[in-house]
Design a protein around this ligand. Structure first.
Ligand SMILES: C[S@@+](CC[C@H](N)C(=O)[O-])C[C@H]1O[C@@H](n2cnc3c(N)ncnc32)[C@H](O)[C@@H]1O
Length: 400
């Protein structure tokens, strides 16, 4: 299926199921779709913990479980399938990966291995310590300029480049500033591993202006200064699918299966947040979800009462002298049990939404004269953000 056909089919599927994936269950005591799908709601609520864990971690099993209730889901697997890119192994010197967390190094080498040819200078976008830049330099022997706005990361990256004798140089630069434009040039390969929302969308726009080659693995689509998603391609602008910033979060909700202790902390955080939410609804006499910003792990590890005090401070919500903490904590746990089940239908649409966004990028570049290659650069167990979009201006030699 070509890119526009796949994009249109995904638009139709996402449109038709908006009531199922748009409302986030933690905001609503009863979800609007439950009255339309009472059997689905009832069966979800009666799943045991093992079933929930299995359906959370196995997309194919989840789709199969949902299909009797939502028959159109039969198409979602084929529509969201993305083939693995061909990878060329490369051997790096001993200790080249020293100082790089294991999972990050595997992502970096997988990304670098999926680039076929590269014989012009490289621009690395949102580089961190330029781990990808060094790997690309080692494989293709091209000079790399790496843009990063965190000064300490720039210094560490520069030092690592010298240590490994790589022609990789960090530039302290905010990629959203006009100064970043001057770094993007036509005869160049721009690379970006896990550049977030607006940051990767700026690179897409500069690429269309300058005609460079692009290798992008996007992440955190929801990190944007706009409340509403502004599609880049004309095709998506005409699609009629309208996304708010919060809708975009769904695209990155899939996480790597975490070790037991991390998974337990995740559950505890959810239960505490939901317990606090029920408490604040009662205190404010308003049946609306109150978003609480992200908080340090330590605030959760010191118990429910401590968490609520910090959350209430952040929201300037006065707490009464007497609160039955055990009661609200138990209600939070109950709500977490319920929410983790009612989230499952939304989860079926995570990859579809992510792919819709990445196809918007691909179509935008196609509309600007680019040839596109889209595939996965690693297994989802290494990172669920495993899509790699390569775009080459038509008429440009693939190696340019
Ligand atoms: C998710 S990390 C990815 C880093 C690196 N590409 C990697 O995969 O290891 C995103 C990086 O973007 C940097 N960043 C965030 N906003 C930026 C901006 N406005 N300009 C330049 N870099 C930015 C962050 O400091 C961080 O190092």
């Amino acid at each position: 299926m070509n890119l526009p056909d796949r994009f249109h089919a995904l638009t139709t599927l996402l449109h038709a199921h908006e009531p199922l994936w748009k409302p986030a269950p933690f905001c609503f005591p009863v979800l609007p779709w439950e009255s339309q799908h009472p059997a689905l709601s009832q069966q979800l609520r009666s799943l045991d913990d093992n079933n929930v864990r299995q359906l959370e971690s196995d997309q194919a099993a989840l789709i199969a479980w949902l299909e009797p209730h939502l028959p159109e889901l039969v198409h979602i697997t084929a529509l969201t399938e993305v083939a693995a890119l061909h990878a060329t192994p490369h051997s790096y010197p001993d200790r080249f990966e020293h100082d790089i967390p294991g999972r990050k190094w595997q992502q970096v080498t997988a990304f670098a291995g999926c680039i076929d040819a590269l014989d012009s200078p490289v621009l690395e976008w949102c580089a961190g310590k330029a781990h990808l830049g060094r790997a690309i330099h080692h494989r293709f022997r091209q000079a790399v300029t790496s843009l990063e706005w965190n000064k300490a990361l720039c210094e560490d990256g520069e030092h690592l480049g010298q240590q490994h004798h790589c022609d990789v140089h960090l530039q302290h630069c905010d990629v959203m500033s006009p100064a970043a434009d001057t770094f993007v040039q036509q005869h160049q390969h721009a690379i970006a591993l896990h550049a977030c929302g607006d940051l990767h969308r700026r690179l897409l726009q500069l690429t269309a202006q300058h005609g460079n080659t692009l290798h992008l693995s996007p992440c955190c689509y929801h990190l944007t200064s706009n409340d509403r998603y502004l599609p880049l391609s004309q095709t998506a602008q005409r699609s009629g699918l309208s996304l708010q910033r919060d809708d975009l979060r769904l695209a990155v909700q899939e996480t790597v299966t975490a070790p037991g202790s991390v998974a337990r902390l995740r559950e505890l955080k959810s239960a505490y947040r939901l317990g606090f939410d029920l408490l604040q609804r009662q205190l404010r006499q308003q049946d609306h979800y109150l978003p609480v910003p992200s908080m340090a792990d330590a605030d959760f590890q010191q118990g429910f009462r401590h968490f609520c005090r910090v959350a209430a401070d952040l929201k300037r919500l006065p707490l009464p002298e007497q609160v039955d903490w055990e009661h609200w904590e138990a209600l939070g746990e109950q709500r977490h049990t319920e929410v983790s089940r009612l989230e499952l239908p939304r989860h079926a649409f995570r990859r579809a939404l992510e792919l819709w966004l990445v196809l918007d990028y691909a179509l935008f570049l196609e509309e600007n004269g680019y040839r596109i290659r889209l595939g996965t650069f690693c297994d989802r167990s290494l990172t669920p953000r495993n899509l790699l979009l390569t775009a080459t201006r038509q008429g440009t030699d693939l190696s340019q």
